[in-house]
Structure formats: C-alpha cells, structure tokens
Design a protein around this ligand. Structure first.
Ligand code: DOR
Ligand code: ZN
Length: 346
C-alpha cells in the first residue's frame, strides 16, 4: 500500500477569495497548499476593468500570511460594456490571466453579466487574437429551462456557437457538473479545457435534497444525479490533460447559507487535497492526482508547473468543521467519509 505520495505543488484554477475580512480569513487556507489560483472577479461591485484587478491583486497581496509564497492569477468580469482595449492592456502587462463570463443572473453577484452574447463578440475576438482564455460559468438562465438541465442547454445554445464563431479562442468550461459537459470537452479537438471541483466529485443531488435540505451542499451549478458524478470522477481520474482542478471554494457565512434564500457555494480550501487523495485512491488512480491538481492546469494556461512539491502521507487528516471569521463562522465542506491522507508542503 502506498504510504506517501509526492507531487508538484498544486494550483487552484477557480477560487473565490472575496475581500477584506473574509479575504484575510480564507486566504491562509489556500496558500497553505496552493501556489497559484485563478481569482474569481464576482465581488460587489465586480472586478471589471484592469484598474479594478490591479487594486484587488494589491489587496490580496497585502492579506497574504507572513512568508506565504502565492501568486493570485487575476481575472476580469466580462460585461456587455467591457472595452477590448482595456482587456488587451491588462493582458499585455501580465496583470490578468483570463476573463470570466457569467450569464447575467446565473449565480452569486452575476447581475452585471452577459445577456446578449453578440454584444461581447468584439472582446472575444480580441481575446482569441491575443491568446487570452475565457472562463465560463456554463448555465443558461432561461427560467423555462429546468435548473438540472441548465449546463447541458448552455453547451448547445451558448458554448458551441461561441466556439464556432471564435475559432482560436481558448475556453475553460468551469466547474462542470454533467456527463454532457465532460463528453463535450473530451470530443473537442483544441482550445477547450474544463475545471472540476472537489465537491462535485463527492456529492450528487440526493446529498442536497434527500432526508432534509442540506444548504452546505448547495452550490452552482447544482450537483446533478449520480450518473453525472460518476462521469466527472471518470474524467478527473482519466489522466486526460483537458481536465484539471478548480475548487470553486466559495465561502459564505453560515448565517448567509442558512437563510430562506441561502447562498450557493461550498468552502473546500482547507480539505481539498485530502479529499482528492481519497477520491483518486478509491478509483485506483492515485498516479493521476498530480496531473489533475498540479500539471494539467499550468499546461492549459501555458505556464510552468510549480517546482516546489507537496507530500501526501497516509495519516488521518485533521481539519476544522468551520473557520471563524469576523463576519461569522464559515462551514468547511463535509465529505462524509474519513480522510486518510494528510497534505503538507515539502
Ligand atoms: O456555488 C457557487 N458559488 N457558484 C458560483 O458560481 C459562485 C459562487 C460564489 O461566488 O459564491
Ligand atoms: Zn465559482
């Protein structure tokens, strides 16, 4: 039985850090393990222009724990008014790594997102020219479409038309939750990747809804039926370099999760690496974990893998059930299984 596993230090290709008190409280849980993370721009107000991203990056750097070695990879929030020149300048200066597309109203703080996809064609055109990736929240918001079908319908109505129109555009379908999305990515010839979260490898929709409603398992896109979870497990553990880790760790206080209209998001930063080790071992794929967490993401974004390493040791993981923040407690994702692997940087 493998007792230790050493991998290149992992990165998180989709992360919510928030701002101010929450930022300071959650950031150490990411920097303890991850070298870099793609930082989501859905603040209030959102990170829309290059200047907003520069200011947010400075706030993140100022909040880093003493001695932490961490690089935030900034993104801009795409709106119908986004200026292609501003995006290109932010990319040219090395400030941003991607642009994030939220369909308006799809999720937390997405009100400034896109309704008419034709309006953002000039920005997407420029991104294709300069090689700047688009990260997508892939759900339609049409109220006539069932929430469990919104990802599959997005592929057909939005994703595929965008990729046909902008052939050279690099796209990351973020936090995929369906076999449809995994198949779409697997069958693409080029310029398409997908992130998969930790929690979508563990929960299906029964965990949210059967035997009482479990707000801490509610996130968007919402977890789907078991067959889809198994398809995601297969994609993540397959070794296919188009699939990589984006935790979508999304802290909300318990008070905001446990409302009549509670917030979407699972906070997985503290225990993600232990959960992934468990998942990959269960599927007989521990040898594929480094690719998923540490190699495939940098390769897609054209960045070097980290030179530092992390070692996972077969020792029961300890992690808190919640963290305290000045805003109130934030519950840590409960994977409902013992975690037999502990992770530490070398
Ligand atoms: O569950 C989610 N939480 N999904 C998202 O798309 C946004 C995120 C958040 O910001 O809380
Ligand atoms: Zn997210």
């Amino acid at each position: 039985m493998t007792q230790t596993l050493t991998l290149r230090r992992p990165d998180d290709w989709h992360l919510h850090l928030r701002d101010e008190n929450m930022l300071r409280a959650v950031l150490p849980h990411t920097t303890a393990h991850f070298a870099r993370a793609i930082i989501m721009p859905n603040l209030v107000p959102p990170v829309v222009r290059g200047a907003d991203a520069a200011a947010y990056r400075d706030r993140i750097m100022a909040a880093l724990p003493e001695g932490a070695d961490f690089t935030p990879l900034m993104t801009l929030y795409l709106t119908e008014d986004t200026d292609p020149d501003d995006v290109a300048a932010a990319h040219a200066s090395g400030l941003i790594t991607a642009v994030k597309l939220y369909p308006a109203g799809a999720t937390t703080n997405s009100a400034s997102g896109v309704t008419d996809f034709d309006k953002v064609a000039p920005v997407l055109e420029r991104m294709a020219e300069i090689g700047l990736p688009l990260c997508t929240h892939g759900e339609v918001t049409d109220p006539a479409v069932d929430i469990f079908d919104r990802e599959a319908v997005f592929i057909e109505r939005v994703m595929d038309p965008i990729r046909k129109r902008h052939q050279g555009l690099k796209v990351v379908m973020e936090h995929i939750t369906t076999a449809d999305a995994a198949d779409y990515v697997s069958s693409a010839r080029e310029n398409l990747g997908a992130t998969i979260t930790t929690h979508h490898l563990v929960i299906n929709r029964n965990h949210i809804l059967a035997g009482g409603i479990k707000p801490h398992y509610y996130c968007l896109p919402v977890a789907k039926r078991e067959a889809h979870r198994l398809a995601l497990r297969k994609a993540a553990t397959s070794g296919d370099a188009r699939f990589f880790l984006g935790t979508d760790s999304a802290p909300h206080t318990d008070a905001n999760k446990l409302l009549p209209c509670g917030c979407a998001g699972c906070f997985t930063a503290p225990n993600t690496m232990s959960i992934l080790a468990e998942v990959f071992e269960q599927d007989g794929a521990l040898d594929k974990l480094e690719g998923f967490a540490s190699l495939n993401g940098p390769a897609f974004y054209g960045l070097p893998a980290n030179s530092q390493t992390m070692t996972l040791t077969r020792t029961p993981a300890t992690y808190p059930d919640h963290i305290d923040t000045p805003e109130g407690p934030v519950t840590v994702f409960d994977p409902m299984m013992p975690l037999n692997w502990s992770a530490a940087l070398d």
